[in-house]
Design a binder for this molecule. Structure first.
Ligand SMILES: [Ca+2]
Length: 295
C-alpha cells in the first residue's frame, strides 16, 4: 500500500480500508469481479479477439493488488504466437485532458513473469520485459497519440511509475497498451492509476483530508452500515452509480446517511459500486468505489 497526497489509507480494527481519492478516472484501481479475458468495469478494449484480465488468480499471477482487491493484466503475445497481438484498454475521462496543460501521471506497474499459455502443443511463457504505452484517444480506437512510454518494467513486485505529460491535443479518453515490442512475449500488470493536473499557480486550494469508507455491510449492526466520509464539508454532492453507469443515488447535501439502498429503499445486491463526490469551493473531482457486502 502506498501513501499519496490525496490518498490516505488506514486499516481499522476490522481490517477495512478507508481512503480519499482525487482522480480523472472512475475505476482508477481496476476493481471488478475476478475475470480472465474481460476488461475491468469502466475500461473497454479495442481488440476483438484478445481481451485483458482482471487479476490476481489466473495463469500463475498471484501478486496481491497494490490498491483495493484487483488489478489489470495486459499481454503482448510475441512472434512465437501464431497471431501476435497486444492487449489494450481505454476509459472515458471524468475530465478532459487539455492541450498544453501539464499533468502528473502515477501508475503502479509490475511484470510478474508468471503468465503462460498453451498454444496447440506449445506453451508460451510471457517472461520478456514489457513497457507500458499510455495513449490519448481523440475519437475512436484508431485515432490515438502516444502520450508516454514507460521505461522497461523489470520489477516483479509493484513499483510506482511517475511522470509528467503535456498533451498536444485535447483528449476525452485514455488508453493503456502493452505494445513495446511485438517480437517479445510479455505480461504487464497495472493498478492505482492517478492523473493530477499541475498548475503553475502558487495559490493551491486547501487540501481536505477526507476519509471514505469503501466497504458497506448494511445489516444494522452499527458497523459500516452507512457510506461515511469523515471531514465532509456541508453541501457536498454525492452520486452513486452501478457498473452499468446507472445512477443509484444522489444527494446535493450529503450527510453520511446512504445505507447501500436503491431509490426505493431496498438494499442493493452485493458487489462493486462507484461514487463521484463534489466538494464546495474545490476544483478537484473525488471518485472511487465502494463494495457492498451483505452479511
Ligand atoms: Ca486495484
Amino acid at each position: 500500500m502506498k501513501n499519496r497526497i490525496f490518498s490516505l489509507i488506514i486499516l481499522t480494527q476490522f481490517g477495512i480500508q478507508v481512503y480519499a481519492q482525487s482522480n480523472f478516472l472512475l475505476n482508477f484501481s481496476f476493481e471488478d469481479e475476478l475475470h480472465f479475458g474481460i476488461s475491468p468495469v469502466e475500461w473497454t478494449t479495442c481488440e476483438k479477439k484478445s481481451t485483458p484480465d482482471v487479476q490476481p488468480g489466473h495463469v500463475g499471477v498471484t501478486l496481491a493488488a497494490s490498491h483495493g482487491d484487483t488489478y489489470l493484466g495486459l499481454v503482448m503475445r510475441g512472434s512465437k504466437h501464431p497471431k501476435p497481438k497486444s492487449e489494450s484498454v481505454q476509459a472515458e475521462l471524468l475530465k478532459m485532458l487539455e492541450k498544453d496543460k501539464t499533468y502528473k501521471f502515477e501508475i503502479d506497474l509490475a511484470a510478474p513473469g508468471a503468465y503462460e499459455e498453451r498454444c496447440g502443443r506449445k506453451i508460451i511463457e510471457y517472461k520478456d520485459i514489457p513497457k507500458l504505452k499510455i495513449l490519448g484517444v481523440r475519437n475512436d480506437c484508431s485515432q490515438t497519440d502516444l502520450l508516454y512510454e514507460t521505461q522497461l518494467v523489470e520489477n516483479k513486485d509493484w513499483l510506482t511509475y511517475s511522470f509528467e505529460v503535456t498533451p498536444q491535443s485535447d483528449y476525452n479518453y485514455i488508453k493503456l497498451e502493452n505494445s513495446f515490442d511485438d517480437k517479445k512475449a510479455s505480461y504487464i500488470i497495472c493498478d492505482n492509476f492517478h492523473i493530477t493536473e499541475l498548475t503553475s499557480n502558487e495559490k493551491k486550494t486547501q487540501e481536505i483530508d477526507l476519509f471514505i469508507t469503501n466497504v458497506l455491510t448494511p445489516n444494522n449492526d452499527g458497523k459500516n452500515d452507512f457510506f461515511v466520509i469523515e471531514n465532509l464539508p456541508k453541501y457536498s454532492e454525492l452520486a452513486i452509480f452501478n457498473k452499468n453507469h446507472h445512477l443509484i443515488y444522489e444527494n446535493n447535501n450529503y450527510k453520511n446517511n446512504w445505507g447501500g439502498t436503491d431509490k426505493n429503499g431496498k438494499i442493493l445486491t452485493s458487489g462493486t459500486y462507484f461514487y463521484k463526490l463534489n466538494i464546495p469551493n474545490s476544483d478537484k473531482n473525488y471518485s472511487g468505489f465502494v463494495v457492498i457486502k451483505k452479511k
